[in-house]
Write a protein that binds this ligand. Structure first.
Ligand code: ZN
Length: 189
């Protein structure tokens, strides 16, 4: 569910979370919401973790390459210092931050800001990917985006890793991952 203009809360902050697997359009959805806020002349800031160095180090870029200038940070705490004047705060690749992102988002929303976090809700094994599950439980608005399974064409919510690695985080795009449904997804060993 997405907050609309008619039902937008007044004089309070809130948290929106956009989750899904890779290639499900999470970042496009985050960018769409942030652009609309910018068009409404709201002060918008976008943050992303340093670990994600695909395509560009200073822009959030989705797989279909719409870009927005973003601030690269190492720790969620940096958002608090940098966003004093912001009304809308976007965070991309939320799964690459530690659990302190949850408290930071809570503080920002309590401070009257609209916070929108996009991220993977499952890791490559199909397990909940912290801190996204914790963010889902404190958010007012939740959107789950689905991709299309590359094997059978069903709605897909899992990210299939095509390379062998025991690391939870292996940054890559179409060459190393694809979207799969629960029937076609398997844990690579
Ligand atoms: Zn499938």
């Amino acid at each position: 569910m997405e907050v609309t203009q008619q039902q937008a809360p007044k004089d309070i902050g809130w948290i929106e979370v956009v989750v899904g697997c890779m290639f499900s359009g999470k970042t496009e959805e985050l960018i769409r919401r942030l652009r609309r806020a910018q068009i409404a002349r709201q002060k918008v800031l976008i943050f992303k973790p340093r670990i994600d160095n695909r395509y560009s180090s200073t822009q959030i870029v989705s797989h279909n390459t719409q870009a927005l200038e973003s601030i690269v940070i190492d720790k969620p705490q940096e958002i608090l210092k940098l966003s004093k004047d912001a009304q809308v705060i976007g965070v991309d690749e939320g799964q690459f931050f530690d659990l302190s992102l949850v408290d930071v988002c809570e503080q920002l929303a309590n401070d009257g800001k609209r916070v929108i976090v996009a991220g993977l809700d499952q890791d490559y094994r199909g397990k909940p990917f912290e801190p996204m599950p914790q963010l889902l439980s404190i958010a007012e608005y939740i959107t789950k985006t689905l991709a299309i399974c590359v094997v059978c064409g069903n709605p897909a919510d899992r990210t299939q890793r095509k390379i062998v690695s025991a690391d939870r985080v292996v940054v890559g795009a179409a060459d190393s991952y694809e979207a799969r449904c629960r029937k076609c997804h398997y844990i690579p060993e």
